[in-house]
Design a protein around this ligand. Structure first.
Ligand code: C5P
Length: 238
């Protein structure tokens, strides 16, 4: 019924709404993304609850600080039970490597499976004007690719990327690297505020390993039917 490649984004501000959606989706969805809005409001209760329901959690808190702080932060998130956590690749190689080593050492000591650690390369919301203001000369795509390779060298498991960037990253980083992509819209559905979008099958063909989908499921009249339609489309690309 479900497909491990689908991650549903729980962008809510209270604990009851995500619980209702998870119940409605039932066995159709195993993976959920908890981001800043929800986590900063309800705290770790949502992660504990999802894990209690037997679900997998991508805790999308995008850590960016000095190496020891990010490493310590990720260890805390690991102990909440998060299955995927993330950092900003802009924190640099040393930050990513140190944080990754700290998580793996702590997991080994505790005899638990470490979470997958992925990196945000360049935020997909950054446009050409934002980029120019940052004073960076290289094209965005080159920096995305450079940071993806750096994340891989530091031992990370993958990156968050737009469906348009997925193919160049897949080519450069090989078949096992996780490429988690938001900005996915089934054909004919509302783009909302996303601009660089792809359909579920296009994103998978481009090399995405996981699709993060929020509003097309959450805001649908029948969320379970919307999820099942997406899963059916995903099945066409294995
Ligand atoms: O509702 P929608 O499908 O657009 O949700 C996409 C999710 O992915 C949201 O939680 C959004 O914050 C997140 N995201 C994104 N673009 C990024 C990183 C995360 O849309 N570059």
């Amino acid at each position: 019924m479900t497909d491990e490649r689908l991650i549903v984004a729980l962008d809510y501000h209270d604990l009851e709404s995500p619980k209702k959606l998870v119940a409605e989706l039932g066995d159709a969805v195993d993976w959920y993304k908890v981001g800043m809005e929800l986590y900063y409001r309800v705290g770790s209760d949502i992660v504990t609850w999802l894990k209690g329901q037997g679900k997998h959690v991508f805790l999308d808190l995008k850590l960016h600080d000095i190496p020891a702080t990010v490493g310590g932060g990720l260890c805390s998130l690991m102990n909440l039970g998060a299955d995927i956590v993330n950092v900003h690749a802009g924190g640099g190689y040393t930050m990513m490597k140190t944080a990754c080593d700290m998580v793996h050492e702590a997991a080994a000591k505790q005899g638990i499976e470490p979470p997958k650690i992925i990196a945000v390369t360049v935020l997909t919301s950054i446009n050409d004007e934002d980029w120019e203001q940052l004073g960076l000369d290289m094209p965005i795509k080159s920096v995305v690719l450079r940071l993806a390779k750096l994340a891989q060298k530091a031992g990370l498991d993958g990156v968050v990327a737009s469906p348009q960037e997925a193919s160049i990253i897949r080519e450069a980083c090989g078949p096992d690297f996780l490429i988690v992509t938001p900005g996915v819209r089934p054909a004919g559905s509302d783009a909302n505020d996303q601009s660089r979008i792809a359909t579920p099958s296009q994103a998978l063909k481009n090399g995405s390993s996981h699709l993060v989908i929020g509003r097309p499921i959450r805001a649908a009249e029948d969320p379970r039917a919307a999820a099942l339609a997406i899963l059916k489309e995903m099945e066409t690309v294995k």
